[in-house]
Design a protein around this ligand. Sequence first.
Ligand code: ACO
Length: 323
Amino acid sequence: MIRSIVRGVGTALPRRIMKNAEFETLVDTTDEWIVQRTGIRQRHVAAEDETTASLGEAAARAALANAGLTPADIDMIVLATSTPNNTFPATAVEIQERLGMRHGFAFDMQAVCSGFVYAVTAADSHIRSGLARRVLVIGAETFSRILDWSDRTTCVLFGDGAGAVVMEAQEQPGLNTDRGVLTSHLRSDGRHKSKLYVDGGPSSTQTTGHLRMEGREVFKHAVGMITDVIRDAFAATGYTADDLDWFVPHQANRRIIDASAHKLGIDPAKVIITVDRHGNTSAASIPLALCAAIADGRIKRGDLVMLEAMGGGFTWGAALVRM
Ligand code: ACO
């Protein structure tokens, strides 16, 4: 059967690093509070010339180089983002243009922090159905542009960045030991809309708006939703937490990650953490974490990796991938 394998990975981060201490001059907070409640120590913040499109392009170019491919080899781009350069056209199409691609097709996917898992699932579906052979899956965000910098309950949590993977069709035996995406499971529930949202948009206020979050409410639902969908992935494949080589969760909050891993019985040594360095980069956080662990030699070809995310909507999902 056709499987979607990960052939290359790449990232891009804004030049400017903002440490927690800088927030002490902006809002009533401390480095100690932020570290203790979230695990975040710093995040990257985009300059005016760094946009979702430019960061996404840079991550895409890095992933292509890592895969030994050029834009000519790609037939589809899916960009997971909630911070597009423009309301339309899709920022994915702008990235396509920046890459010099005159063929194929590109579109954005909007599932907030779950965007990368949704995009991987969309890419896998296109590949397995024969609609695409090689797909650039990009998660790129500039959340700094939609933050209320006077709201200490949200502005300390987020960062900017981009990560990308090249996924490719490959004939595999059709077993659990195959390389590629083995299973993925997506969920959403709009009843939770008001717990995490942006208070603006073209059709409602004709403004961009700012991120609003009831952090405690999000926290309360996060662990249950994350663990449910991961259990669905285990049930679909017969694998258990012991079989995982690595757990690459969405990087929102260290306490959510630790509690989810604990509830599932995943060895803490198998959990990839980058939230300390990047903050919550929404749709970019999983590819940024995945890439970091591949670059430092932890995640290797053949490893069984669980990707997982939960975010605004609420949306949530998990994908089990053999690298
Ligand atoms: N500095 C100091 N104090 C603060 C800060 C801050 N930056 N932010 C909030 N506080 C205060 C609150 O005002 C509150 O004070 P009060 O008790 O006087 O009212 C106190 O700290 C405790 O606040 P809580 O909200 O209960 O703190 P909690 O331990 O829940 O941590 C946090 C807050 C970090 C936001 C946590 O709830 C969280 O991580 N929630 C989930 C966020 C998340 O995962 N989002 C993921 C999806 S993101 C997406 O999809 C875009």
